[in-house]
Design a protein around this ligand. Sequence first.
Ligand code: GYE
Length: 327
Amino acid sequence: GMCVVPTVGVAAADDTITVGFSQVGAESDWRTANTESMKSTFSEENGYNLIFDDAQQKQENQLTAIRNFIQQEVDYIVLAPVTETGWDTVLQEAKDAGIPVIIVDRMVDVSDDSLYTAWVGSNFKLEGQKAMAWLDAYLEAKGRGDEEINLVDIQGTIGASAQIGRTQGFDDAVEAHDNWTTLAQQSGEFTQAKGQEVMESILKQSGDDIDVVYCENDNEAFGAIDAIEAAGYEVGGEEGQILVMSFDTTNAGLTDTLSGKITLDTECNPLHGPRVQEIIEKLEAGEEVDKQAYVDEEMFAADDTVTSIKVDDADYEVTTITQDIID
Ligand code: GYE
């Protein structure tokens, strides 16, 4: 057979690019997948030295991490910001040190957008709009378009782009329907434990009245479903059941969609490692990069009641979940 000549595995020390990555935390399955994507992309074999910092959902920890990266004179700083505001000072420090900053996943809200080089992530408001357009079409198709519908919003971490956009999509849709009412709107911090706790207290107050629970991520949905079932209610898309909607399309989320516990799961793609790598490679080559780039995302429903929806005149397909999509 052929003799395969091994390529040299490790780049020369001088060529290694050092990346400091300030990660939000480990609050959700989405986050775990995102961390894995970043770690496997910025590996030694790929010519990188990754300094990874988990901020445990605290902005102050992220500020400390970024200042450490500056001290260590990393080549690039990558920031997944927990919330949008409060970054001006530390990003100015990075800029003064001449270190490019790439924002990933959630957004920063800064007065001067030269404080970061590029951002890549999801259009969270569009995710929310798509989900609520699906709900409208779904209830219509079930003959419930004129019924009084009571909704609960379990929000993400308050002030995070993913929360701001998804809550906006929810609020706008409720506002646009005279027969839709928000019964409760509270943060579940994007975690299963908090999602369950918040749902338990809402069920105690108004369990019998709830038609729809809009969870701003899958882990909150897992907690909410546990709480709903423990209180003796059924989850699902039929009248008399509590319809659960979610975001992220994690493996476990799609599994719950397949079983019908989640009626709609809207995708949020966590695999940003290669996208950030592409930005860094372009910058290394002296090429221009997009200031902001959105990722395309799909929607997965438990059944085929609704197969497409419209937001702002654009059409979006809704895929009916099957086992092979999860595999
Ligand atoms: O939806 C959630 C995670 O910012 C898109 O953060 C991310 C969100 C994601 O905790 O599961």
